[in-house]
Design a protein around this ligand. Structure first.
Ligand code: PGA
Length: 251
C-alpha cells in the first residue's frame, strides 16, 4: 500500500559538478527499478544542475534543510519558495542539524508546516542517542519528538509527510539497528504515536524510513520488515553501489 522511498542524503559532500557526474552514471539504472520512489538531497548549489540532469527520470531532488519564513533578514537561510522550482522533498530536523546547528522541536514543527504550505514533502527526522537508548528512553524520547513535530497538523497534512527514524548511534558509525529493532520502534513508537495523535488510517498512510548505516548488504533485510517503508541513506548514497542498495530494497 505504501510505496517504499529511498532518499540519498549527501550532507556536505559532492560539488555541483560531481553531483551531476554521479547522477549521469546512476540515473539510467535507478530509473529502471520499479516499485520504489527515489531522491537525492544534494548541496543547495547543485539544485539547478541536478534537477536538470534528472529531468525525465522518476528520481526526485530534495533539500537537506530550509527555513520557515518566506523572505527577509535571515542570513544564510533559504525560504521554501526558493526550493520549490527544483525540489520535491525537504529533510527537516536531521540529528546533525539538531546537534550542531541548534534545531529545536519547535523550529522543526514550523519548518514542517512551511514545507507543506509550499507543497514540499517533508522528510521529518527523529531518533534517540546512544545514552537514551541504553537508558531505555527510546520510546518516550522518539514519541515526544514525533508529537512535537506533528503538533497542529491536520490528518491530511500528516499523511503527506515522510518520517525517517534514525537512531543517532547508527548514523555514520557502521552500526545498524537490526530490522527487528528498527521495525519495532518504527511500528510501535513512530507509527503508534501518529495513530495516537491522528488516527489509525493516517498512521497507515505515513511512510516511515529507517536511517543509519544502510548499505547494499543490509538493505533487503531492513526493507523486508512490513513497517519499514524505505531508507534515508547517507554515506552509501555517495557511491555507484547505491544502485544495488535500491535494487536490494525492492526484492
Ligand atoms: P549514514 O547516514 O547512512 O551515513 O549512516 C544516514 C543519515 O544521516 O541520514
Amino acid at each position: 500500500m505504501r510505496t517504499p522511498f529511498i532518499a540519498g542524503n549527501w550532507k556536505m559532500n559532492k560539488t555541483a559538478d560531481e553531483a551531476v557526474a554521479f547522477v549521469r552514471e546512476v540515473r539510467h539504472a535507478l530509473n529502471q527499478i520499479e516499485g520504489v520512489d527515489i531522491a537525492f538531497c544534494p548541496l543547495f548549489l547543485a539544485f539547478p544542475a541536478l534537477s536538470d540532469a534528472l529531468k525525465g527520470t522518476k528520481i526526485g531532488v530534495g533539500a537537506q534543510n530550509m527555513f520557515y519564513e518566506e523572505s527577509g533578514a535571515y542570513t544564510g537561510e533559504l525560504a521554501p519558495d526558493m526550493l520549490t522550482p527544483f525540489c520535491k522533498y525537504v529533510i527537516i530536523g536531521h540529528s546533525e542539524r539538531r546537534a550542531s546547528f541548534g534545531e529545536t522541536d519547535e523550529g522543526v514543527n514550523k519548518k514542517i508546516k512551511a514545507a507543506l504550505k509550499h507543497e514540499l514533502i517533508p522528510i521529518v527526522c527523529v531518533g534517540e542517542s546512544l545514552e537514551q537508548n541504553e537508558a531505555g528512553e527510546t520510546h518516550s524520547f522518539v514519541s515526544g519528538q514525533v508529537r512535537a513535530a506533528f503538533a497542529g497538523l491536520t490528518t491530511g497534512e500528516a499523511a503527506k509527510c515522510v518520517i525517517a527514524y534514525e537512531p543517532i548511534w547508527a548514523i555514520g558509525t557502521g552500526r545498524t539497528a537490526t530490522a527487528a529493532q528498527a521495525g519495532q520502534i518504527i511500528g510501535v513508537t513512530v507509527r503508534g504515536t501518529i495513530a495516537d495523535i491522528f488516527d489509525e488510517e493516517t498512521a497507515q498512510l505515513v511512510r516511515i524510513q529507517y536511517g543509519g548505516s544502510v548499505k547494499p548488504e543490509n538493505a533487503s533485510e531492513l526493507m523486508a520488515h512490513p513497517d519499514i517503508d524505505g531508507a534515508l541513506v547517507g554515506g552509501a548514497s555517495l557511491k555507484p553501489s547505491f544502485v544495488e542498495l535500491v535494487q536490494n530494497s525492492v526484492v
